[in-house]
Design a protein around this ligand. Structure first.
Ligand SMILES: NC(=O)c1ccc[n+]([C@@H]2O[C@H](COP(=O)([O-])OP(=O)(O)OC[C@H]3O[C@@H](n4cnc5c(N)ncnc54)[C@H](O)[C@@H]3O)[C@@H](O)[C@H]2O)c1
Ligand SMILES: CC(C)[C@@H](O)CC[C@@H](C)[C@H]1CC[C@H]2[C@@H]3[C@H](O)C=C4C[C@@H](O)CC[C@]4(C)[C@H]3CC[C@]12C
Length: 374
C-alpha cells in the first residue's frame, strides 16, 4: 500500500503511548499526520492528559492493555495499518527483575510482531535505543559514529540486552507475510538520551539541585560526550519513518536509524546544565569533585544495598556500577541515514528544543514529587 497518497483513512496504533516519549508521539501524530483517521493509544497505564486532547477530526482510542498479553495486542492491532511500538520498561536501576524486563521488552515485542502477522498490519516502527549497540561493558567509546560504524556490542545488563534482542526480532521480521499475503515492513529507530517536556529524570536532577542550594556537583569529566536528542524530534522521525515505510520498503525495510538532531555534543551533566542553568541551577567543578574510585565505591555500595534489601524493599540510587560506567563512556552519533532514506530533518532546532524543555522545567519549580504529565 502506498502510504503517501489519499485522505485521512489510516489507523495507527502507538504502544506505550502514555509514556514520556509516547505523549510526544501522540501529539506529534495528531499535529503532523494528515492521513490519520484513528489513533489508538495502547498502554498499561493510560494518562489523564488523553482526555484533554483536542484531536480534531481524528478518533483517539485509548486502550488499556499489556504487551505481554498476546490477546491484548491482537485486539488492539485488528484493522490497524501502522504500529509504532514504544512500550517498554526503561530500567537501568534494578527496579524490575530481569525476567520482567525481558518479558515486556522482548516477549512484548514478539507479541507485537505476531499480532501484525495475524491481523494483517503491514508496517511496524520500533523504538529501539542507542543501548541496543552500546556503550559496551568494556567501556569502548563510540565517538560520533553512525549506523555502519564497527562496534563490539556486549551487553550484560537486562535493559540494553532486551533492547538489542527486541531490535533484532523486529529487523528479522521484515518481509514476513502478514494476513492477506503482503510483506511486513519493519524498521527500528535508536534514540540516544532523550530530553524534553515530561522528562522525569531531568526534573529529578532539578529537584536534587534545589535541595542543594541550586547546585549540582560534577561527577563526570566534561570531555565525555553523551548523545542527547529532543523528544519532539524523535517523535517526528517516527512519523516520517511510518509514513515512508510503504513507498520506500526496499530501502527502509529491516533498517536501523539513529535518532539525531542539532542538540550539542556535551557530557551528560554539561548538557543537563543547558536546560537547568536557565532555571537557576549551577554545576560545581570543572573536573569531577570526587575521584572515580570513590564514585565507583559509592556505586558498588548502592548495588550491595539493593541486593541486601531486595527481599524487603527495592532500594535504588542514581549511581550504580552500570549508570556510572554509562555516564563515563563517550557515546555520540553523527549520521544522516534517516535524511538519506526518508528525508528526515529535525522539526525543532536546538534553541527551540532547549527553550521548550526549559519552559516546562520552570513550570515545575517548587512542585513536590513526580507529577502527572499534562
Ligand atoms: N528515555 C530515553 O532516553 C530513551 C532513549 C532511547 C530509547 N528509549 C525507548 O523509548 C521507549 C519509551 O521510553 P520512555 O522514556 O518514554 O519511557 P516511559 O517509561 O516514560 O514510557 C514507557 C511506556 O510504556 C508503558 N508500558 C510499560 N510496560 C508496558 C506493558 N507491559 N504493556 C503496555 N505498556 C507498557 C508504560 O506504561 C509507559 O507509558 C522505550 O522503548 C525506551 O526503551 C527511551
Ligand atoms: C550521578 C552521575 C554519574 C550522573 O551523571 C548519572 C547520569 C545517569 C543517570 C545517566 C547517564 C547516561 C543516561 C542514560 C543514557 O542517556 C541512555 C539511556 C538509554 C535509553 O534507552 C534509556 C535511558 C538511558 C539508559 C539513560 C539513563 C540515565 C543515564 C544512565
Amino acid at each position: 500500500m502506498d502510504m503517501t497518497d489519499g485522505g485521512p483513512d489510516l489507523v495507527y496504533l502507538v504502544t506505550g503511548g502514555c509514556g514520556f516519549l509516547g505523549e510526544h508521539m501522540v501529539k506529534t501524530l495528531l499535529e503532523m499526520e494528515p492521513r490519520l483517521r484513528e489513533l489508538r493509544v495502547f498502554d498499561l497505564h493510560l494518562g489523564p492528559w488523553l482526555e484533554a486532547l483536542k484531536p480534531g477530526p481524528v478518533q483517539v482510542t485509548p486502550i488499556q492493555g499489556d504487551v505481554t498479553r498476546a490477546e491484548d495486542v491482537v485486539a488492539a492491532l485488528a484493522g490497524a495499518d501502522v504500529v509504532i511500538h514504544m512500550a517498554g520498561l526503561v530500567d537501568v536501576w534494578g527496579l524490575n527483575d530481569p525476567e520482567v524486563i525481558y518479558r515486556v521488552n522482548v516477549q512484548g515485542t514478539q507479541n507485537v510482531i505476531e499480532a501484525c502477522v495475524q491481523t494483517g498490519t503491514q508496517f511496524l516502527v520500533y523504538t529501539s535505543s542507542m543501548e541496543a549497540l552500546g556503550p559496551n561493558t568494556k567501556g569502548h567509546p563510540f565517538y560520533r559514529g553512525n549506523e555502519d560504524t564497527p562496534y563490539e556490542a556486549i551487553h550484560t545488563q537486562p535493559y540494553p540486552r532486551s533492547k538489542a534482542q527486541a531490535e533484532r526480532l523486529v529487523l528479522e521480521a521484515n518481509g514476513r507475510k502478514v494476513r492477506g499475503g503482503l510483506p511486513l515492513v519493519t524498521c527500528a529507530l535508536r534514540p540516544t538520551g532523550i530530553y524534553g517536556e515530561g522528562h522525569q529524570l531531568m526534573l529529578d536532577f532539578y529537584r536534587k539541585a534545589q535541595r542543594a542550594g541550586g547546585w549540582l556537583f560534577r561527577t563526570v569529566p566534561a570531555s565525555v560526550e553523551h548523545g542527547r536528542v529532543y523528544a519532539g524530534n524523535v517523535a517526528w522521525m517516527h512519523v516520517l519513518a511510518a509514513r515512508e515505510l510503504g513507498s520506500r520498503a526496499t530501502t527502509m525495510g529491516g533498517q536501523v536509524y539513529f535518532c539525531y538532531d542539532d542538540s550539542p555534543y556535551k557530557s551528560y551533566e554539561d548538557f543537563n546544565l543547558e536546560i537547568l542553568g536557565p532555571c537557576g541551577i549551577g554545576l560545581l567543578g570543572t573536573q569531577p569533585l570526587l575521584p572515580y574510585f570513590l564514585l565507583f565505591l559509592l556505586a558498588t555500595l548502592n548495588a550491595f544495598l539493593q541486593w541486601l534489601l531486595r527481599p524487603l524493599v527495592v532500594y535504588t540510587a542514581l549511581i550504580n556500577p552500570y549508570t556510572l560506567s554509562l555516564a563515563n563512556t563517550t557515546f555520540t552519533v553523527q549520521t544522516d541515514k534517516a535524511r538519506r532514506h526518508f528525508d528526515y530533518q529535525p522539526l525543532y532546532g536546538w534553541e527551540e528544543s532547549r527553550d521548550r524543555t526549559v519552559s516546562w522545567v520552570k513550570t515545575r519549580k517548587g512542585c513536590p514529587g513526580p507529577l502527572p504529565r499534562d
